[in-house]
Design a protein around this ligand. Structure first.
Ligand code: NDP
Length: 241
């Protein structure tokens, strides 16, 4: 897939899956506009990949909208930034719940609104991919806020797909299983818990960031012209039960 000349917004491009998406897009000719939080990552994205990198805390709605406005116009959008906090349901705090909903669900909505408004005003189509999780389909202990936030993101994706496709913008989600990034190390460092998950993945391994990135790029591409509104597992068969 060739992205020569395409401007692509990637949130959470500083680390993990988002960074790999930015690397592969750049290698295939795209100009990446990165929205991410840590100053060191902003610098690295500029230096290593030549990205336009905008520092923003996506938990802050106003700052998110301002960053999205600074990032447009763009041909394509990947909402990849996400965060997690491990808390048993009974101990899930309002603060953690609100934070995860703000970063994982509300920020993708805000960035997509700004991206899509500009595309529609310019009379151009586009594509959006929201990076969700298999956590939107199943209940994972200690992930109440995370599962809720990703379930919300899938719901948002379906509504966006219905409302924006008639205007030429396709919207899909990808739903990875455990993917070996810093975030996964935080969530899956307990070997017993990891084994329980791994045993249910028929391909016998967790995902690499590039496994997820390649599916994201396919959904962004014109080759996926008839794919819209999907929540697509990237899970080695985990969801077949
Ligand atoms: P990482 O923690 O490795 O990277 C997340 C990126 O998002 C970082 O660059 C981080 O910046 C950025 N980010 C997080 N919070 C904010 C914020 N408030 N404002 C701005 N940027 C922010 O995570 P992954 O690569 O593992 O995850 C990427 C996506 O994939 C997430 O949406 C996650 O939910 C999803 N996912 C991950 C899975 C996994 O096992 N890894 C499985 C399924 C889905 P900084 O570090 O500076 O905060």
């Amino acid at each position: 897939m060739d992205f020569t000349g395409k401007r692509v917004i990637v949130t959470g491009a500083g680390k993990g899956i988002g960074r790999v998406i930015a690397e592969i897009l750049t290698a295939r000719g795209a100009s990446v506009i990165a929205l991410t939080r840590s100053a060191a990552d902003v610098e690295a994205l500029r230096k290593d990949l030549g990205c336009v990198a905008i520092q923003v805390d996506l938990a802050d709605a106003e700052a998110t909208r301002a960053a999205a406005r600074a990032a447009i116009p763009a041909d394509l959008l990947v909402n990849c930034a996400g965060t997690t906090e491990l808390q048993p349901f009974l101990d899930t705090t309002v603060e953690a719940f609100d934070h995860l909903m703000a970063v994982n669900t509300r920020a993708p909505m805000i960035v997509a609104q700004e991206y899509a408004r500009e595309r529609i005003a310019a009379g151009k189509g586009g594509a959006i991919v929201n990076v969700s999780s298999v956590a939107s389909f199943i209940g994972i202990p200690d992930h109440a806020a995370y599962c809720a936030s990703k379930g919300g993101l899938d719901g948002l994706t379906r509504v966006m797909a219905k409302e924006l496709a008639p205007k030429g913008i396709r919207v899909n989600a990808v739903n990875p299983t455990v993917t070996l990034t810093p975030m996964a190390v935080k969530a899956w460092s307990d070997p017993q818990k990891a084994a329980g998950m791994l045993n249910r993945i028929p391909v016998g391994r967790f995902a690499e960031s590039s496994d997820v990135a390649e599916v994201v790029l396919f959904l962004l591409s014109d080759e996926a012209a008839m794919v819209n509104g999907l929540a697509m597992p990237v899970d080695g068969g985990f969801m077949i039960g």
